[in-house]
Design a protein around this ligand. Structure first.
Ligand code: F0G
Length: 361
């Protein structure tokens, strides 16, 4: 008998699978919800902040939640190949789950704009990588077009099964806290994930068998973008998005209407942060909490900190920030921020090692 782990097996009552569905899983989900112990004190505010550390999924990002579902359904429907455009994480996840399923993965990525770890993974999993001399938005447009001309299933978040899988992160948070948080902060690119969380919180507010309301508590949803790639704060699409947070270097979000709906229904907001603010939050998390996320992920905490400081998120609130990807995804950006913490190089002698310790106590 096949033994399944992972989020579909765990939440199958709330996902579109049957008893006979072959699950394509790598044991994703069930990621840690870590309470921050130092940052609230450092910013001098009485708030409870938790981070949902999605970097601990099998390929190191939240994309695995959506991909297990999308590839499971693609296989169930007889698909032999999947395709996506990607800023890196979706391509890594698509590549891994395609291997698991025994089907082919094609990924379109913007040349030179993919973090090193994501490229390494996708190469290792053996996907067919197609680099284009254009950004994510261009790649996405091409993928939508080519799917009409070739037998490939799109596994970007416009595939509704992606959001089905991703909504389970909200289930896990409610299971762990016993209730939804007051505020939920996320980085926003295509806005699929913020849409999926809202779906998850909304569905979990009703009993899956009786469809009766069990709670009316859902969080205020706060979406944060990088200032150079912030169509939601601009109020319109952006043609040449730029940010060091390459994961969210997106100017034409695919879930535009859905995300505005989330903002309205949850009384939430979108805002943007400079690359410098994003990197400060990334480093704070590492150096004060021991949690290493990739730059795009830190936009959620950077936004939360700003809105806690300015009072938009009041004291006494319980806040969850999703850390969408692992810090190991982008070693170049990490190392370039650590000039002052570079390793010291010394003689391989007891005396020199002793001095290196005592001088730095
Ligand atoms: N954070 C990370 C680390 C991401 O990789 C992405 C999206 C997002 C946030 C934004 O999520 O698009 O649902 O609003 N990455 C996609 C990719 C675009 O190709 O890997 P969203």
């Amino acid at each position: 008998m096949t033994h399944y782990t992972g989020l579909i097996a765990h939440y199958k009552d709330r996902l579109p699978v049957s008893e006979t569905t072959r699950l394509i899983s790598l044991g994703e989900g069930n990621t840690p919800l870590i309470q921050l112990h130092h940052i609230p004190r450092i910013i001098g505010k009485n708030v409870d902040i938790y981070v949902k550390y999605e970097g601990l999924n099998p390929t190191g990002s939240f994309k695995d939640r959506g991909m297990t579902m999308a590839v499971t359904k693609a296989v169930e429907e007889g698909s032999q190949a999947i395709i996506c455009a990607s800023t890196g994480n979706t391509s890594a996840a698509a590549a891994a789950y395609a291997v698991r399923a025994g089907i082919k993965a094609f990924v379109l990525i913007p040349e030179g704009k993919i973090a090193l770890g994501k490229l390494a993974q996708t190469l290792m999993y053996g996907a067919q990588i197609i680099q284009i001399n254009g950004n994510f938005d261009k790649g996405m447009a091409l993928v939508k077009e080519v799917a009409n001309h070739a037998p490939v299933t799109i596994v970007n978040s416009i595939n509704p099964f992606r959001l089905e899988g991703q909504k389970t992160a909200a289930f896990e948070i409610v299971d762990e806290l016993g209730t939804a948080p007051d505020y939920h902060c996320l980085p926003v690119g295509n806005a699929g994930n913020i849409t999926a969380y809202w779906k998850g919180y909304s569905e979990y507010a009703t009993d899956s068998a009786t469809h009766k309301a069990v709670t009316n508590k859902r969080p205020v949803m706060c979406g944060y973008q990088a200032a150079g790639a912030a169509p939601f704060t601009a109020g319109h699409m952006i043609d040449n998005p730029e940010t060091i947070a390459t994961a969210i270097r997106i100017g034409h979000p695919q879930s535009w209407d859905l995300a505005w709906n989330v903002q309205r229904e949850s009384n939430g907001w979108f805002d943007s942060l400079t690359d410098a603010e994003i990197l400060v939050a990334q480093k704070m998390l590492s150096q004060f909490e021991g949690v290493f996320c990739e730059p795009a992920s830190a936009a959620s905490l950077a936004g939360a900190i700003r809105d806690i400081k300015n009072g938009k998120i009041p004291e006494g609130s319980r806040i969850v920030c999703t850390l969408t990807g692992n810090g190991l995804k982008d070693p170049d950006t990490a190392i370039s921020q650590c000039e002052e913490t570079r390793p010291v190089t010394i003689d391989a002698s007891l005396d020199a090692v002793k001095r290196a310790i005592l001088d730095n106590m």
